[in-house]
Design a protein around this ligand. Structure first.
Ligand code: F6R
Length: 613
């Protein structure tokens, strides 16, 4: 949430910053702004709306300086407008700051600063930071000292980039609970700072990840890292494996469609080198160090948010059926505040997160760590907070996910949950034959996904048919109950159609009251152990004259008797069926959004990577 980027080096900063903001726009698109050191001044240009609105403004007022900071905003405090856009400046317009996170004690700080004569311009929590630094940067006190004093006063989360006329050729960054990465230019004569590696990839792959309560100082001479007590910190240089192609849209009209179409490859990448079909094993190097501890685990809790939580819910079915480990899935935002009872001798907590930066999931993870429980991560972003703070884990290797609505990361998360079920199952009572069967079926998935993608045009026409309804009910059972919830989530978040996802057996306990000819039902009715029950549920829906769109197994002609529209998916093992069944719902939501005239990549009010609670 909120993208920040900073640059110092030989190029004109404006271009680098705008390029970085475009790549970070998925983190927020309420407003954008830059501050550049220009002819001895801190020149600030901001605009409500998209990065393009800022670019238009800058084209009328180009900035020539070679160091600067920039921001794309997802509004928390204060509505999206020019004034609330970052960067924020102090009273003397000599310090500029961009911020991602929430300063929880901003009210008290603001009152104190106002009493001392500071004049605030915006309604944001972020602006207090820049005035606080100004407050401390008096006389000949070094800027750095003022900065750390201010950060010590701040309660809450921040990833910041800040520049000051007091040290004109320097950019400072700092973090607590919000992501921050520093990029080292290839010739070491330019340096970058950003909330997300996507902003840096066009320039460098070598990065440093500052830890919480660390400050970085970027100048053309290099990067220094120190603690809030100004003790220098040694940092290792890491390499980003994502490629530039992966963060570009290519021939696709939207990132979301591109990411949906990447899914055959996503499964290949998630399982590469990890399946030993002959011995029926999943080989998970990231769990090697905790393998013995995992043998003794008798209970698992999966913590996550949104789609990642639904991937975890599918994992719950897999882990209980195949590894026979009692498993609970919990919304991270609930888990962290409800005083969960955990036994560190027998339990483990799995945090599932694409970004690895979701504030609630980090909070839940820390709660588990405090209780001494073994923690595992199922994460996409290498170097992210969750990846670094878990004891062990399995990367999903989905590549960068740019569209705000998760598709390929969800698929990779479910795939990795299947690998975990095999890994943990084989540690327990799962037979080699069963393990081998699951491995072989996983290997067959990419081709089957391809068969679903071939139906894109047909799914588009179905989506166009249903796009004018104002509500929809998604139904599924057992492994596909979470798929129903995920289908509904996709539709509401990008097409703004009110959609409910329900375990089909629950329909008659309430939601059936909603159904009539204006309320369509999307039913997962593929051939599995609950198929007959699902068919009865569809009959119940039809009796209320609700239009039905069914997902059915290839060859199931009978389904046309029950449903108005049918989308066919290939047969697979029941435990893996969510990996196939979710795809038509992703494509359906995408086309419904486009048909309704919305941008599926940038749904209103949402942003990728929810770094605030
Ligand atoms: C929905 C969606 C969100 C995320 C959720 C968790 O399409 O993308 O619900 O799944 O915000 O994000 P991560 O996986 O980054 O923790």
């Amino acid at each position: 949430m909120c993208g920040i980027v900073g640059y110092i080096g030989p190029r004109r900063a404006e271009g680098v910053l705008l390029d970085g903001l475009r790549r970070l726009e998925y983190r927020g698109y309420d407003s954008a702004g830059v501050a550049v050191l220009d002819s001895g001044d801190v020149a600030v240009v901001k605009a409500a709306g998209r990065v393009q609105d800022l670019a238009d403004r800058l084209s009328r007022r180009p900035l020539k300086g070679k160091s600067g900071i920039a921001h794309t905003r997802w509004a928390t405090h204060g509505e999206p407008n020019d004034v609330n856009a970052h960067p924020h400046v102090d009273c003397g317009s000599s310090i500029a700051l961009v911020h991602n996170g929430i300063i929880e004690n901003h009210g008290a700080l603001r009152r104190r600063l106002e009493e001392h004569g500071h004049a605030f311009r915006s309604e944001t929590d972020s602006e207090v930071l820049v005035h606080l630094i100004e407050e401390y940067a008096t006389g000949d006190r070094p800027f750095e000292e003022a900065l750390v004093r201010a950060l010590k006063d701040a309660v809450g989360t921040f990833g910041i980039a800040v520049m000051s006329l007091k040290e004109p050729e320097v950019i400072y960054g700092a973090k607590r609970g919000s992501p921050l990465v520093v990029g080292l230019g290839n010739r070491r004569d330019e340096f970058f700072i950003a909330s997300d590696p996507a902003a840096l990839l066009a320039y460098t792959r070598e990065v440093i990840y500052p830890d919480d309560d660390e400050v970085v100082r970027l100048s053309v001479e290099g990067v220094e890292t120190f603690s809030l007590d100004r003790v220098p910190q040694e940092k290792s240089v890491e390499s980003i494996s994502w490629s530039l192609d992966e963060i570009e849209r290519g021939r696709f009209p939207h990132f979301m469609l591109k990411e949906i179409f990447e899914q055959p490859e996503v499964v290949v990448n998630a399982v590469r080198g990890r399946l030993d079909a002959e011995n029926g094993m999943a080989v998970l190097g990231g769990l090697r160090d905790v393998e013995e501890r995992l043998r003794g685990v008798e209970r698992l809790t999966v913590v996550a948010c949104g789609s990642a939580c639904l991937a975890g819910a599918i994992g719950e079915y897999m882990l209980e059926e195949y590894a026979e480990i009692p498993t609970e899935v919990e919304l991270a935002s609930e888990f962290r505040y409800r005083k969960p009872v955990l036994d560190p001798r027998r339990e483990a907590v799995i945090a599932v997160s694409q970004s690895g930066e979701t504030a609630d999931t980090i909070g839940a993870l820390r709660e588990a760590r405090e209780k001494g429980v073994l923690t595992l991560g199922v994460v996409n972003a290498v170097g992210s907070t969750i990846a670094r703070e878990t004891d062990a884990g399995v990367f999903i290797h989905a590549g960068p996910e740019i569209a705000v609505a998760s598709t390929k990361a969800f698929l990779a998360q479910v795939t990795v949950m299947a690998l975990l079920a095999v890994f943990l199952g084989r540690q327990r009572r799962m037979s080699r034959v069963m393990g081998g069967r699951i491995c072989r079926e996983i290997l067959a998935l990419p081709e089957k996904i391809g068969r679903i993608l071939e139906q894109n045009d047909r799914i588009r026409s179905v989506a166009e048919k249903y796009a004018h309804y104002s509500s929809a009910l998604y139904l599924g059972r057992k492994y596909n109950a979470p798929v129903a919830l995920e289908g509904a989530l996709k539709l509401k978040e990008i097409a703004y159609i009110h959609a409910e996802g329900y375990a089909a057996g629950e329909m008659k306990h309430g939601p059936i009251a909603l159904l009539d000819s204006s309320f369509p039902v999307m039913a997962v009715a593929t051939r599995d152990s609950v198929f007959e029950k699902m068919k009865s549920n569809i009959e119940e829906v039809r009796a209320r004259r609700a239009p039905v769109l069914a997902l059915a197994t290839e060859g199931d002609e009978e389904m046309y008797r029950l449903a108005d529209d049918v989308i066919y998916v290939p047969k697979t093992l029941e435990m893996l069926s969510p990996i196939l069944n979710v795809i038509p719902f992703q494509i359906f939501a995408y086309h419904a959004a486009v048909a309704r005239g919305f941008d599926p990549d940038k749904p209103r009010n949402l942003a990728k990577s929810v770094t605030v609670e």
